[in-house]
Write a protein that binds this ligand. Sequence first.
Ligand code: MG
Length: 168
Amino acid sequence: MASDASANHLSLRTGIGYDAHRLVEGRTLIIGGVHIPYEKGLMGHSDADVLSHAIADALLSAARLGDIGQHFPDTDAAYEGADSLMLLAEAAKKVRAAGFCVVDVDSIIVAQAPKLTPYRDQMRENLARALNVPAEAIGVKATTTEHMGFEGRGEGISAFATCLLTQS
Ligand code: MG
């Protein structure tokens, strides 16, 4: 009987990533490497770029390399205030070193405010540069939650990401 494992002959891997950070005063809001004018920013050890973190986790997971916390621990002073696009580029390098190519990435940012659509293409370009793929390979969209949950109350912003890798 054919096993579902025969799908492995395609040498494809998918990954999923999720991240959330608290919105606080006195921080710059950085999502997908874009500095977004807003009254609050995301709190974190690094620049707290929630989208870059979710994508990095999706990539590392698809390559079965663990997660972002393991590779870039928030107890490490080296990552204090770190540019998360650089962490993402570093994660992609590890994924390539493990024998994979990044085929496609899709993502959703969940935020009640500010409006993120005007920054979407700049985010896609930044992320594509970090991953060394064309911008067409990166999907970014944003949604509100109609004021429900922590994102809806403006307490934080979250992001989901998926990716597709192929064995190189
Ligand atoms: Mg994070």
